[in-house]
Design a protein. Sequence first.
Length: 285
Amino acid sequence: MKEWVEILLRSGVLFFCVLFLIRIMGKRQLSKVNPFNFVNYMVIAVVSALISIDMIDISLGLVSLGVWVFFSIAMDYLSLKSKWIHDLINGKAAILMKDGKFMEETLLQVRYTGEELLRDLRSKNVFNLADVEFAVMETTGEINVLLKSEKKPVTPHDIGHPVSPQPEPQTVIFDGNILNEALSNIGFNREWLKVQLDNFGVSLDNVFIAQVDGSGDIYVDLFDDNIQVPQPKVKELLYANIEKCQADLLSFALDTKDMQAKDMYLKNANKLKLLMEKIETYLLR
């Protein structure tokens, strides 16, 4: 067998082999892994490359891969069962700042300079050190910051203002193809989607991506960027219809001379006004 054919076959088989091994080792973002797992990935990559170009015997190389993968999975399993082993492998989080003050000894232990910490704080939109309650370095090297209570952005919860929950949006069209599973997840079908596209005046093959949120609003992005697609506002339209009904009832109450009818119109108009006050937060955000 020619050498290039052998390398081609080796590389193809190893590609799927390494893909399978990485999958069984778990899903991790490379930027989020700790140094131990990073070394595991690098060793697996190097050994696979050496096997691929026939620098080491394939049987010995596969044994080496198996050992690294096995011990990696075993250590991950033991880390789940024992905090001591978890801390031994992954390390512990380190508090770098507390009450706006640098923890110099901790910085020295983790080999981290004050300027590096300042840079990472700026990347978190923190420019005033006095605003920091504490800053912690995770085992992955990432810096997380907690601001002091008076410096945190105000949330609706802080002011007792209720907001509506936001269900996960579903992408229902991608690259001109309808995604049936996403449609069924939100209780719609292809016929409903086609009606929405007809309302926009666009064809399916011109839609790059379409996404439906939990309120039924659909966002459409077209291949042809010169076409402006109006985005419907289901919640706003619902609120506007209720508001119109309330205004109509008030108008009827003013127009009629029948006192019984007038009282009925006013009573229902007040009910709608109370309803609008309750749902305004949920429909108009």
